[in-house]
Design a protein around this ligand. Sequence first.
Ligand code: PLP
Length: 447
Amino acid sequence: MTIEEHYRARHQRSQELYERARQHFPSGVTHDARWMEPFPIAVERAAGAYKWDVDGNRLIDYWQGHGALLLGHTYGPVVEAIQRQAARGTHYGANHLLEVEWAEEVKRCFPHVAQLRFTSSGTEATMLALRLARAHTGKPRVVRLAGHFHGWHDLLAAGAEGSPALPPGVLPSVAAGTVIIPAELASLDRITGTRDDLAAVILEPSGASYGKQPLDDTFLRHLRAICSDRGLLLICDEVVTGFRVAPGGVQQRSGVQADLTCLAKILAGGLPGGAVAGREDILRRLAFGDRTWNEQQKITHHGTFNAHPLAAAAGIAALEVVRTGKPQERATKLAAQLRAGLNRELRARHLRGCAAYGDASIVHILLGSPHSFPPGEPDGDIPLVELKAGVPAHLRRPFRLAMLNYGVDLMKGTSAFVSAAHAEEDIAATVAAFGAALDMVKDEREI
Ligand code: PLP
């Protein structure tokens, strides 16, 4: 049996459901990242490090809710908090205690935050951050780094894939609101030193796509200095890294304080939620007028589900343990074991141009790079698009299917969010699956 025949045989009910889904959704999916060929798996339930698909296969799950689940699926206190709150009402259309307690939890993790505003997603958080930055500085443009992803909205769509091409459906005038530059200090220095229309720099502080093109903390420290010198706001998009690399994200680790921080994912304990957090004088743009503040300058912000009581309840329950730093410690240790194990398998097969790498509890897999570095030791010159893709087109499908056949669901087939619910046995099983998958793929394709 080929890898694909095996996959089809193991996932017949997923295929049936996919045929139904295609009647309703373009390409049968509700998020671009969930699409795959010949069809994606459909999941029935999840617990801890695992999920079970509709055919009854158990998978070691490395999506972990697109990175939202540092504590794993169905973490007891989060489930209980959601159940308790659901019985007390899901939407009050009013202020409530949980939103205040949630904000207090966020500030325990990010102590330099003075004020915040909850949103419904990370996408909304980066939208609001840009509006705040423009209103505060009176400047129209924002610098964004090529390949850094900040959600799917129009304002930051151009450049997200690494190319400056205008994405279909985005107005050129909207895309003109950003200046896209490579993630290099020299470019940042030049552009911020020569233009006077810049409000802010926004970035994923650990590098494009949660560190697929890694940036070290020194980069962030230099960027902080450049922004402070030139009067630009620094916006850290910690939607993935916030609460994950440390309770206070990359900012805690690097000692850098952004002017605005975008949060989501772990923030809401696996439910939908986001936030923009930062300096009092900037967040004040959202405030109604008082004796010291002219309401004419207020910017608007609505959102039916902002600070949703269920998200607040889940968020508080998650952050109460996240703030201790212990889940991060455990997940980071396991991810280091996973990276080491995967690289061992690559070395054992003498596969040049292949590596496992990543920051904290995040693992990325790079296979079949034309940049022929020794197994497990990626060099610094690999182009952004290659790093973003991770696995080239000819290997992507068989590799992903083979890993699923062996019971491992990697995020988009190339990355892993390790959670505190994973165990050493899961890591060992994943490494064994990877070795077996490589051998199967090598039988069908050249790596
Ligand atoms: N920013 C980053 C760094 C992200 O990775 C994402 C989503 O993956 C977003 C923003 C958008 O968040 P959401 O999917 O909650 O809209």
